[in-house]
Design a protein. Sequence first.
Length: 249
Amino acid sequence: MAAKNVKVNLPEGTKIPVHIGMIMDGNGRWAKKRGLPRKLGHREGAQTFRTITRHAKNIGVKYFTVYAFSTENWKRPADEVEAIMDLFEKYLDEVRDFIEENIRICFIGDRSMLRPVLQQKMKSVEEDSRDFKAMTLLIAINYGGRDEIVHSARMLAEKVKAGELEPSEIDEKLMNDNLYTAEMDGDIAPDVDLIIRPSGEQRLSNFLIWQAAYAEYYFTNILWPDFKPKDLEEAIIAYSDRHRRFGSL
Ligand code: FPP
């Protein structure tokens, strides 16, 4: 089913966040409420993912990062993990629709533990969309914020070991430039401006912990499969009304 294209409806002068992070939470509860298996919640959540990604682009968001699977999600029952991985595979074929919309697709996280066929498809989608400029969609799979920081530290340690870098040269910029969000062929995602978490939970859950140092947070009780384009607009309006000081007055 094609993602719906919904008209953007934001008040004149709304500040649009450059980078939004979305924690797609509540699929399981959505299914449970209807007496359905959890995997049907994920299926519905995947539809919402398409509609909301498209709407974010239409609004003018430049980087949209979705938390699809965390380093901790492997602890779920094997059949649920399997169902989520099947969905990713299916969507990686369909995600090509986004390419037609000028959306660049990148993946962040440790891919080495994913099925080889999935890794192959991820690589090919990244290659085929690399020149698209309307928005960059970052899909976090087997992603953990702490794991990402460890990854960056390791990359820098390797450079020190090779004699290419002095420990005293390591600063915030170098740490930042070796995160997964910087591994986009020369493009580096800026810090995240707004993190949205539906489903009533008010936690970051290891998502973009480095990049979210100055982020604004928006929580709503709506479960992810019920999240609509107007809910994204409400979050952006709330963000636009806030005064970000970045430590100054
Ligand atoms: C959290 O809900 C959701 C996940 C762990 C999986 C998210 C996956 C998708 C939305 C599928 C499609 C994604 C792509 C990129 C194609 P939960 O299971 O933790 O819900 P609960 O808290 O209600 O149990």
